[in-house]
Design a protein around this ligand. Structure first.
Ligand SMILES: Cc1cc2nc3c(=O)[nH]c(=O)nc-3n(C[C@H](O)[C@H](O)[C@H](O)COP(=O)(O)OP(=O)(O)OC[C@H]3O[C@@H](n4cnc5c(N)ncnc54)[C@H](O)[C@@H]3O)c2cc1C
Length: 408
């Protein structure tokens, strides 16, 4: 059997790894339009952005260079896949090559949304791939100030990294709080305060109505309330669009992601989708490293005819300044029925936020509190919900509660 994977990032590389670990001996080809050794993405807004331009990228590699040969994985880097013929089971590359497949895995990820009016200007950056981070890192060496549009995790991590290098940073978020789509209101306030304490200026509930420029060079933005803010550079972090064009080409069901079942099968025979680009059932599409490897494991098991791994609680992390956030589960949006309870951590500055829909625990987010995070994740994994009225009390013994439930 010949398996071809389009996209050699977290999902594609994890999939190839899982196939070999589970004993697959057939042909395995990974194709990516980016040249060079596939690198990890999370450091791009953190350590990679702060590293010297000349430092060795290899320490950020998803797998060491010799892993591909040793694992018998044919990595074709720097090659764009431009077409798929599902009837003859072939993919075509921009350089004219055709590759035959028995199973095809789409791990094409997502691309940043563009800010209208900012496209093509010097001094405007997005951040998704290593070459974006290199451009941003280079521009940051001479800039004094930066505007970040979008108060999601990536925007905030870039803001923290640029503040660390001494830039005057302004974050602009159109929603009424930071991290509105992914975090609890308690966590949104915590991060707004944290950025303020480190000297960043944060505007929430204000959209950008215009981008100003001088001879093709970005100079600033105008806000909905009429304010104008100037800066040397702009980073646009307003979310991503899944890369579904190849799936659409073969008629696979797709919209906000390529639609897959629990085996990660698309609606077209022999074609699977994993990672950020895939959407399972009617659940929200998840963008995280854990989801990339989890869906890769599922697709590998499905293709090899093995039992599917058990469903896992999704988890995520973020690092900003000295705060490490760990989050598990899906935080519900604020409503009358949903509530968010803060629980003190062992360290004075550590805490966790337990999010409930009614009495059902849905998510736990923890800052500087790995123990609180692990307890919360264990509750989510075991599908048990401590009483929301008790969880905020640090003397409430969550460990004993879990042990009790395990015996029951
Ligand atoms: C700056 C940044 C920081 C992040 N931080 C965190 C974090 O702290 N924690 C966390 O859990 N997650 C984090 N994430 C999210 C995480 O990196 C993504 O969820 C993960 O990269 C998804 O992997 P993927 O393989 O599905 O997609 P992607 O990483 O988007 O990779 C898709 C690949 O497909 C290739 N491709 C697409 N179309 C084609 C084509 N037609 N031909 C050839 N190649 C193609 C692309 O070049 C790309 O390499 C971060 C993401 C970014 C960008």
């Amino acid at each position: 059997m010949n398996v071809v994977v389009i996209g050699a990032s977290h999902a594609g590389v994890s999939f190839a790894d899982a196939m070999r670990r589970h004993g697959f001996e057939g042909g395995l080809t990974l194709i990516d339009r980016l040249a060079g050794l596939p690198l990890e993405r999370p450091p791009l807004s953190k350590a990679y952005l702060l590293a010297d331009a000349g430092s060795d990228d290899a320490k950020f590699a998803l797998r060491k260079g010799d892993w591909y040969d040793e694992a018998g994985v044919d990595l074709i880097a720097g090659a764009d896949v431009t077409g798929i013929d599902a009837a003859t089971q072939k993919v075509s590359l921009a350089d004219g090559r055709d590759l035959a497949y028995d199973r095809l895995v789409l791990a094409t990820g997502a691309s940043p949304r563009q800010l209208p009016g900012a496209e093509g200007l010097n001094g405007v950056f997005e951040l998704r791939h290593p070459d974006d981070a290199q451009r941003l890192r280079q521009a940051a060496t001479s800039a004094q100030s930066a505007i970040i549009i979008g108060g999601g995790y990536i925007g905030l991590e870039v803001a923290a990294s640029l503040v660390k290098t001494g830039k005057a940073v302004t974050v602009i978020e159109a929603a009424d709080r930071l991290l509105a789509r992914v975090a609890s209101p308690v966590m949104s306030s915590f991060f707004a305060d944290l950025h303020g304490e480190h000297g960043a200026t944060v505007h929430v509930g204000t959209g950008v109505t215009g981008v100003t420029q001088n001879d093709g060079q970005f100079t600033g933005v105008t806000l909905a309330d009429g304010q104008t803010i100037t800066a040397d550079m702009l980073v646009v972090g307003i979310g991503v669009l899944p890369e579904i064009s190849l799936a659409e080409m073969v008629g696979a069901e797709a919209g906000n992601g390529i639609q897959v079942d629990e085996h990660m099968r698309t609606s077209v025979d022999g074609i699977y989708a994993i990672g950020d680009v895939a959407r399972q059932g009617d659940a929200p599409r998840i963008e995280s490293v854990h989801n990339a490897s989890d869906t890769a494991e599922r697709a590998a098991a499905a293709i090899l005819g093995h039992e599917l791994p058990a469903l896992q609680t999704p988890w995520f992390w973020s690092e900003q300044y000295d705060a490490r956030l760990q989050s598990a589960g899906i935080v519900p949006s604020p409503s009358e029925n949903n509530h968010y309870v803060r629980r003190p951590g062992k360290r004075e500055t550590g805490f966790s936020v337990w999010s409930y829909e009614g009495d059902r625990l849905c998510a736990v987010e923890a800052v500087r509190d790995p123990a609180g995070y692990m307890l919360g994740k264990t509750c989510l994994d075991r599908n048990v919900s401590p009483d929301p009225k008790q969880i905020g009390d640090p003397s409430f013994d969550v460990k004993a509660f879990i042990a009790d439930k395990s015996v029951a």
